[in-house]
Design a protein around this ligand. Structure first.
Ligand SMILES: [Zn+2]
Length: 364
C-alpha cells in the first residue's frame, strides 16, 4: 500500500519496496544517456539537482535498506562517468569540493543525515504530532540517546535507534553538541550533518582555483581531473592494459615522449608554446614550470575575488581544457591545429563568457 507516493508498511522495508524509487532514477538516467553531447559537468549538475530531488523525499522519511542505497549510488556513479572507467572513486567524489571531491551527496550518507534530523527533532521535543506520539509511546520520559529498543517496537523505530547507536559510537557523549554545531538559526542543516558524518579528509589548497563560480563548469571538471591526475592519458591507459607500450607517445609534439599528465599539459613543447602565449597575454614572463608549482602559485598568489584574478584563474582552466581537447581532436578526429589557434580558442572562450555574462559588467 502506498501513501503520498511512499510505501506504507509497519514491517521491514525491503529492497523490493524501494524498486519504484530505483526504477525512477534508472529511467531518468536512461533518458539522459540518449544525449551523447552531455559533458561531465552536465552530468554532475543533473545528479546534484534532479537526482537528489528525486531521492530526498524517500530518504527523509525512511531509513532505506543498505542494498537500495548502494544501488542508487552505483547508478549515479555509472551515469557520471558514462563508461566503465570510474576515474575517481565514489567515496572521494562525494566529499565536499573543498576536500577535493565534487560535492555530490551520496544516497547512503544523505539518508543517515536525514535520520539524524529525525532524532534531533525528537530530542528537541518539537511540537509535532508524530513526535508527541513517539514520546508518549516509546520514550515515556526517557532520553532518546539512551532508550533501549523493546521486542514489540516497530521496525522503523528500531532502525532509528540503530542510527542513534551509530551516532553515539561515533561521537560519544558529545553527540548532541556535534549535532547542535550543524544548526543555523535554529534549523538543522542536512548538508552540515552530512559532512560531519562523512568525516572529510584533508582540505585541498586548489579547491577555490578549480571551482571558481566564474569558470566554465566543463573547464573546471577537466582541471579537477588533472589535479587528481586522473585524465585518461596514455601512460594510465597502458597501466590498465588498454594500450600497448608502442602506442604511448605524445600526439602534440611528435618527439616520442611518453604521454603523461605532466608532459601533455606542461613539459610538452607544444603546450609550452600555448602557455607562453597565454602568460604573455596576462603580462607574465613564463618560464617552464611544473604542474605542482603552477597550482601552488595559483592557490597562494592568485586567490581572491578581484576581477583580474578571476580572469587569470579562467586562463588556467581554459588552457588546460583546450590543450586536452587538442590532444583528443588529434587522436579521435585527426585534426591538427597550431598553438596560436589553440590560444585563439582560449581567448575566445574567455571573451564569450565575460561579454555575455550580465552579472560581470565590471569585467567588461
Ligand atoms: Zn609532447
Amino acid at each position: 500500500m502506498k501513501y503520498l507516493g511512499l510505501p506504507l508498511t509497519a514491517k521491514r522495508l525491503s529492497y523490493t519496496d524501494c524498486s519504484s524509487l530505483i526504477g525512477k532514477i534508472y529511467n531518468q538516467f536512461q533518458t539522459w544517456q540518449q544525449n551523447k553531447c552531455l559533458t561531465y559537468a552536465g552530468r554532475l549538475e543533473l545528479i546534484k539537482s534532479v537526482i537528489l530531488g528525486i531521492q530526498t523525499y524517500w530518504l527523509s522519511n525512511y531509513i532505506l535498506p543498505i542494498k537500495a542505497l548502494e544501488k542508487i549510488d552505483s547508478l549515479c556513479s555509472a551515469f557520471l562517468w558514462g563508461h566503465k572507467f570510474h576515474l575517481v572513486n565514489w567515496g572521494s567524489v562525494c566529499q565536499g569540493k573543498e576536500y577535493g571531491g565534487l560535492g555530490i551527496f551520496s544516497a547512503k550518507y544523505w539518508n543517515y543525515a536525514a535520520a539524524t534530523k529525525l532524532l534531533w527533532l525528537i530530542h528537541l521535543k518539537k511540537d509535532l504530532l508524530w513526535i508527541k506520539w513517539v514520546h508518549g509511546n516509546y520514550l515515556q520520559n526517557q532520553n532518546v540517546w539512551t532508550v533501549q529498543p523493546k521486542t514489540n517496537d516497530s521496525w522503523m523505530w528500531r532502525q532509528l535507534l540503530k542510527m542513534r547507536d551509530m551516532l553515539v559510537s561515533k561521537f560519544g557523549n558529545v553527540v548532541t553538541a556535534r549535532i547542535a554545531d550543524c544548526c543555523s538559526d535554529g534549523k538543522l542543516l542536512l548538508s552540515a550533518v552530512y559532512s560531519v558524518l562523512l568525516q572529510p579528509t584533508n582540505a585541498v589548497a586548489w579547491a577555490k582555483t578549480v571551482w571558481d563560480g566564474f569558470l566554465y563548469p566543463k573547464h573546471s571538471f577537466v582541471l579537477w581531473l588533472a589535479c587528481h591526475s586522473r585524465l585518461l592519458t596514455k601512460d594510465r591507459l597502458c597501466r590498465m592494459n588498454i594500450l600497448s607500450t608502442n602506442q604511448l607517445y605524445c600526439v602534440l609534439c611528435d618527439r616520442h615522449q611518453l604521454e603523461t599528465r605532466d608532459h601533455i599539459l606542461f613539459e610538452c613543447q607544444y603546450s609550452g608554446e600555448v602557455w607562453n602565449l597565454v602568460m604573455s597575454w596576462l603580462g607574465y614572463k613564463w618560464r617552464s614550470c611544473t604542474w605542482d608549482l603552477l597550482l601552488h602559485w595559483y592557490s597562494q598568489k592568485l586567490k581572491g575575488k578581484s576581477p583580474m584574478k578571476k580572469l587569470k584563474r579562467m586562463c588556467l582552466s581554459a588552457a588546460v581544457y583546450m590543450i586536452w581537447r587538442e590532444r583528443n581532436l588529434r587522436i579521435f578526429q585527426d585534426k591538427k591545429r597550431l598553438p596560436a589557434q589553440v590560444f585563439r580558442d582560449i581567448k575566445l572562450s574567455i571573451f564569450c563568457k565575460i561579454l555575455n555574462d550580465s552579472s560581470h559588467v565590471h569585467m567588461k
